[in-house]
Design a protein around this ligand. Structure first.
Ligand code: TUI
Length: 314
């Protein structure tokens, strides 16, 4: 199941692993790259120095290409933007903002740039700046999200740009991958499904929460702060929601309440004060498995689904 994005990125399967903050480390990224996808290390929680260590670890674990995700709300974004050039990273994905100020430097260094976009306007803009492809992420996704659903965003972005479009948000199995292809995507990005991969090193409690999740178990908090975040419902999101609608709480107080909560979920497995970010597709993630088996299963399911789709089309 090759698409143009496989040749562009030097991968076997057209799948990119989401650059999940605190989660996407050398262990997960190298496993995805070794399995023929594009593994991605999240720079979100790292200074340049910490990220350099993670890149070294990943290079010891794989000789395949892997990428770095730069989250544009990160305090370290300028230093990591420089580091990816120094380290000759082949692919950068960006999230949660507009990467245009860095794009010239990255492209001149030969880096392929795949910004996450949440609208066709943004997709057109990054195409003008030279983006290699765009990742169109719908609001079914976990973590920081935009307004549009994957079903509406992907075809509109496909019509808006000439560069390849990668679909993200709400994709967790082969049927989702097949559907993304139907919408015009040349590949997919998955996050939530990888949370339960053997090589994903998050706390046991986080994996259990994903495995037990039902379709209605996520909630979006932080709309009042201008950066909505989707996570599994928990005592923390309940308390956050109450304060979000309470005018006695300032936005600054709300903002500081969120600080460190993702780390507490990923590292400490703290069920009371952690934010367990996950997408709406968590409800169908029911088994843990090694990344290689997961990717092979995803694409064998996708092939089956596409065969079925052609039968329906008759
Ligand atoms: O970035 C993500 N997902 C994330 S980042 C993250 S870390 C975090 N921690 C605590 C609070 C908030 C975040 C967790 N999950 N996904 C990529 C993504 N980017 N989704 C949506 C967008 C996006 C939205 C608007 C990209 C561009 C955009 O443009 C608006 C603008 O800035 O002009």
């Amino acid at each position: 199941m090759k698409t143009p994005i496989c040749d562009i990125l030097g991968i076997e399967y057209p799948i990119i692993q989401g650059g999940m903050a605190w989660v996407a480390n050398a262990s997960l990224a190298s496993a995805v790259s070794n399995a023929g996808g594009l593994g991605v290390i999240a720079a979100m929680n790292c200074s340049a120095e910490q990220l350099r260590d993670e890149i070294r670890k990943c290079r010891e674990l794989t000789d395949k290409p892997f990428g770095i995700n730069i989250m544009l709300l990160s305090p370290y974004k300028d230093e990591v933007a420089q580091l990816v050039i120094e380290e000759k990273i082949p692919v950068v994905t960006t999230g949660a903002g507009n990467p245009s100020k860095y794009m010239d430097a990255w492209l001149n260094a030969g880096i392929k740039v795949l910004p996450v976009v949440a609208s066709s306007g943004m997709a057109r803009m990054v195409e003008r700046y030279g983006a290699t492809a765009v990742i169109a992420e719908g609001c079914e996704a976990g973590g920081h999200i935009g307004e549009l659903t994957t079903m509406c965003l992907v075809p509109q972005v496909c019509d808006a740009v000439k560069i390849p479009v990668i679909a993200a948000g709400g994709i967790g199995d082969g049927r989702g991958i097949a559907a993304a292809f139907m919408l015009g995507a040349a590949g997919v990005q998955l996050g939530t499904r990888f949370l339960v991969a053997h090589e994903c090193t998050i706390h046991r409690n986080y994996k259990e929460r994903v495995l037990k999740a039902k379709d209605i178990d996520t909630i979006t908090t932080g709309k009042r702060l201008g950066h909505p975040v989707r996570a599994l419902k928990s005592p923390f999101t309940h308390e956050f929601m109450k304060r979000e609608y309470d005018p006695d709480f300032t936005s600054e107080e709300l903002e500081s309440m969120g600080v460190g909560s993702l780390r507490r979920a990923v590292i400490d497995g703290d069920e009371e004060t952690g934010t367990f970010m996950a997408g709406q597709i968590a409800g169908l993630v029911k088994k843990e498995q090694p990344v290689k088996e997961m990717i092979e299963e995803l694409f064998s399911e996708a092939e089956q689904a596409l065969k079925g789709a052609s039968i329906w089309a008759k």
